[in-house]
Design a protein around this ligand. Structure first.
Ligand code: GCU
Length: 596
């Protein structure tokens, strides 16, 4: 009996780890490396009943004898673009949740003295990766990069790469079983073969000290545990420093930077930086800025800044698909810039590097978060480990990006000891990697208290955050208990407070009463924005606002057949790119706030 139980336990453990491969974080600044993109048309097989692994289709076998046959072939069937979600590429896959096998061949010249890595910008939601018939890695989490070394696995000439992608929602996933955005599946970001020298600079973190205006802190980690000389150069600042790595391949230093021009919204100064070791050199463009809290104010480079923010999902509404390219980033960011923002809350997950780097060049501060979004099982140890992994992968990818000012660890969670422990462990994980940024979480538990005539929230976890954020839909999900001019807030009064979501729905071009919520009219949405802007003037510790949301976005939550048709219509801009009346109200409000 005991043997049977042990066997069952072993099988359960094996099954539970079918996708959750524990892999080290990807190399820093992959786009600064020498790489070959594996983007383009890939052959796919839709595997609704998960038969492909049992059939070992990743071996891509072909009949060798007359009596042999295989009930699959990757050639001659459906093809999908990589990067890209499958939902928007084939009408039959619009709602598909399950497994899709992606496959392609590639030639790989083996070059002596070099190492080769296979790098994925993101795969949604989980995957197993097979090369030349062997499983080589797996990953869970739809919004962060991962890599696997293939140096000794490549064949000279033709190689067969196969990726088993699955986007099924599960209770222990992050996000979990239900979320208010489309469950896009696929290889949704760049795939590349990256070449490095035998020993290379795997990671570096080069940022301005949190509190000093001219001290730059540097940490470097080599790919191997070797001692040696690393050179860090910032030519425009006349800086060239030699660091000696210890036996673990790590080194760190700090130095004063004279005449430093700090990065800021409206003045996005970036410096050419190079890090070299032996015959490896990697170059980056890095900005240096301070972001800190002073009482209820957020300071950028020592000056109080009101966060004029907006959110957008990683989605191009006109294409009804996930955004992934530089052109997509330009479209989303230029519409945000036109609104007059100095910040963007990238909802609700880490978005692609093109968006992050372009925002940095435009001088827009970013809030990036992991998708701990309602319905997370805070009691589940495995889920907590996944959240810690996602946070680690997000921070390790972007901690050299000075545009990122905020790390968000959760959205709309309910107070409980388990929730506090879960989020507390995320703050510990984050701060072990980066203490230069502000840690934030969004809550939705603000209520009007008749006894005090104030809007209040009682959630003791807020004390552990640098900035508290609140999602509150006054005039939409919540009718006004008092007039907007009497809506006084008393929420975390000694901390900076950002209204991280507010708004309401309107179908572009639909007109009606500004008094009727269910009119789904532009007039009602415009009135709602005017009312919320009035309320903002009665929040004494308000440090910023972020309307929900820039564009209408797709969501299976949204059933109304006339007003929604599977779209969340809270966009200031329609799914066709047309600005609604409320867009202009927000633009004028931000113009006024920028002059203060
Ligand atoms: C929530 C949530 C969003 C959601 C929004 C809405 O606050 O954070 O992800 O889309 O409300 O209901 O539109």
């Amino acid at each position: 009996m005991k043997l049977f139980r042990l066997t069952v336990l072993a099988l359960l453990l094996l099954a539970s780890t079918e996708f959750a491969g524990a892999v080290p974080t990807a190399m820093t600044n992959v786009y600064g490396r020498e790489y070959t993109l594996l983007n383009g048309k890939w052959n796919v097989i839709v595997d609704l009943y998960d038969q492909g692994r049992k059939m070992q289709i990743y071996r891509n076998l072909k009949p060798q004898k007359p009596e042999e046959f295989y009930e699959y072939s990757f050639e001659g069937g459906m093809r999908l673009n990589v990067p890209g979600d499958w939902n928007s590429q084939n009408p039959e896959l619009k709602y598909y949740e399950g497994t899709v096998w992606y496959a392609r061949h590639f030639d790989s010249p083996r070059r002596p003295g070099e190492r080769t890595f296979l790098y994925f910008g993101a795969v949604s939601y989980r995957c197993n990766v097979y090369l030349n018939g062997e499983k080589i890695t797996s990953h869970e989490g739809g919004f962060t990069p991962f890599q696997v070394e293939v140096t000794d696995l490549l064949k000279a000439g033709d190689n067969f790469l196969c990726v088993e992608v699955n986007n099924r929602r599960t209770e222990d996933a992050i996000p979990a079983l239900a979320f208010d955005w489309w469950n896009y599946g696929g290889i949704t970001r760049d795939v590349m073969l990256v070449s490095t020298p035998e020993v290379y600079v795997k990671d570096y973190f080069i940022q301005l000290d949190k509190h000093e205006s001219d001290i730059i802190n540097v940490s470097v980690e080599l790919s191997d545990a070797v001692e040696g000389e690393v050179k860090v150069e910032i030519p425009e600042l006349g800086i060239s420093r030699i660091l000696n790595t210890d036996a673990s391949g790590r080194a760190g230093t700090s130095f004063k930077a004279k005449r430093l021009q700090r990065w800021a919204p409206g003045a996005p100064k970036l410096y050419d930086v190079s890090v070299s070791y032996g015959n490896d050199m990697i170059e980056d463009r890095i900005g240096f800025r301070n972001i800190e809290v002073d009482g209820t104010r957020i300071l950028v480079n020592g000056e109080p800044v009101f966060m004029r923010s907006i959110s957008f999902h990683e989605e191009i509404p006109q294409r009804m698909g996930r955004a992934f390219s530089e052109a997509d980033a330009v479209m989303l960011l230029s519409e945000a810039e036109a609104l007059g923002v100095n910040m963007i809350r990238l909802a609700h997950y880490p978005q692609n590097e093109y968006t992050v780097r372009r925002a940095e060049e435009m001088g827009i501060i970013l809030w990036q978060e992991i998708p701990v979004w309602q319905g997370i099982d805070f009691e589940d140890e495995g889920t907590r480990a996944k959240a810690q992994g996602m946070l680690t992968e997000m921070i390790m990818r972007d901690r050299n990006r000075c545009a990122v000012g905020f790390w968000g660890v959760a959205n709309e969670t309910k107070p409980s000891p388990a929730r506090n422990a879960f989020l507390g462990s995320l703050l510990e994980t984050g701060k072990a990697l980066d203490t230069t940024r502000l840690y934030v979480a969004a809550f939705d538990l603000v209520y009007y208290e008749e006894s005090t005539c104030h809007f209040e929230m009682h959630d003791d976890f807020t004390r552990q955050l640098d900035v508290v954020a609140v999602n509150k839909y006054m005039g939409w999900y919540h009718p006004w208990p008092v007039s907007p001019s009497e809506a006084v807030w008393d929420v975390c009064p000694d901390q900076p407070l950002i209204i991280s979501e507010f708004g309401g729905e309107a179908l572009y071009g639909q007109h009606g009463s500004s008094d009727e919520t269910s009119s789904w009219s532009e007039e009602y949405q415009a009135r709602l924005y005017r009312d919320n802007i009035e309320m903002f003037s009665h929040i004494p510790n308000l440090a910023g606002v972020s309307p929900w949301i820039l564009f209408d976005f797709r969501s299976p939550y949204r059933f109304h057949p006339v007003n929604q048709e599977g779209w969340n219509r809270k966009g200031l801009v329609s799914d066709q790119g047309q600005r609604k009346q409320a867009w202009y109200i927000m633009r004028d409000y931000y113009r006024k706030m920028s002059e203060k």
